[in-house]
Design a protein around this ligand. Structure first.
Ligand code: PMV
Length: 339
């Protein structure tokens, strides 16, 4: 066992969404369908786990104070969930607390904590890694991802950079897809207030939508097609394959948001500015598509109002990016997720 261990993990944005759980009552975060995400190395959570003494509770949390990092605003419930996960990881890796000792968990993000970007995936992944590192666990990264999944489902994909796939066999790296050197990402933050409906609640409620019937099959099929398109995106018919990927990602984002809106009771995350961004993107795509080599960006919303855009690093797509940034400046804040 070490005295202290620090780890960091990126946030991720799903292109095929994990929405809906199997046997939700068991609390084990088994997804109704497979998902794939892109890890955002510009949005990381850092967690330091240390062995301390002189404290009554076995696990305590504090903000990690370091230059360039921002402490997350954890509610009492959030803090409990986080510390319970530390305990879970210790149990799963077979580690025990030495007599009279406690574990201090310090965490912070290297992206603004108040900007409406989810940090649960990055924070649970980093916490799992920090505890595993502290106790010098020899478990594989896939096994650690599986333990992390029990704390926060989507966190299991944050172990894999840049692409994480999560299916019935667990989470692993998705190979053969375009790397970070080929892509840019930006999050257009139109609303940074806290979610009124948590993602745990959303997972439950979507099952009440009539459109949830067929949803797992639809998502699996879309995932198959998306993987195929992304694999071909660097090849001969790359422009066509990438643009098809863009359509699939757009459809998937709407699919999830329509599930929210057709649940009983219905709910939703979009605000007028989300739609303003989407229609601007559509307008710019139409303009730039006059060139046959133009690659439309992949556009998706998480369970929130902010718009994530992943583009191909080439002159046209970056010009579109600059124009989009200039046109949203008055109502959206831009954060780069890939550094
Ligand atoms: O990991 P959770 O329970 O916060 O669920 C995340 C669900 C979405 O972010 C909406 C989609 C996804 O796959 O990340």
């Amino acid at each position: 066992m070490k005295q202290s261990f620090q780890a960091s993990a990126p946030s991720n944005i799903a292109l095929i969404k994990y929405m809906g759980k199997l046997a939700a009552e068991t609390g084990s975060n088994r997804p109704a369908n497979s998902s794939i995400s892109f890890s955002l190395n510009g949005f990381k959570t850092h967690v330091r786990a240390s062995v301390i003494d002189g404290v009554a509770e076995p696990f305590v949390w504090a903000p990690l104070r370091k230059a360039g990092l921002q402490a997350p605003h954890l509610s009492e419930h959030g803090r409990m969930r986080f510390l319970q996960h530390a305990e879970r990881v210790m149990k799963r890796i077979g580690a025990g607390l030495p007599n009279g000792k406690s574990i201090l968990i310090e965490s912070a993000n290297d992206f603004p904590s108040d900007c409406g970007l989810a940090s649960s995936a990055s924070s649970f992944a980093a916490l799992t890694m920090a505890i595993a590192g502290l106790f010098e666990s020899k478990l594989s990264v896939e096994d650690l991802a599986d333990i992390s999944r029990e704390g926060s489902g989507s966190s299991c994909r944050s172990f894999f950079i840049p692409w994480g796939i999560w299916d019935s066999e667990g989470a692993r790296a998705a190979e053969g897809l375009p790397g970070e050197d080929k892509l840019w990402h930006m999050a257009l933050i139109v609303d940074d207030s806290l979610k009124r409906v948590s993602s745990s609640e959303a997972h439950k409620r979507v099952a009440s939508s009539l459109l949830f019937r067929g949803r797992p099959e639809r998502a699996e099929e879309r995932l198959r097609q998306l993987m195929d398109c992304l694999r071909r995106a660097s090849g001969n018919d790359g422009v066509h394959a990438w643009n098809r990927a863009s359509e699939l990602v757009w459809a998937e984002s709407w699919d999830m948001h329509v599930l929210f809106e057709t649940s009983e009771p219905s709910f939703g995350y979009m605000v007028p500015e989300s739609l303003r961004v989407l229609s601007l993107i559509r307008e710019l795509n139409l303009k730039y598509a006059e060139s046959e080599t133009y690659r439309k960006p992949l556009v998706t919303l998480d369970a929130g109002p902010n718009v994530h855009v992943i583009g191909w690093r080439d002159a046209q797509s970056e010009q579109m990016k600059d124009e989009l940034m200039a046109r949203v400046r008055s109502f959206a804040r831009v954060e780069d997720g890939v550094r």
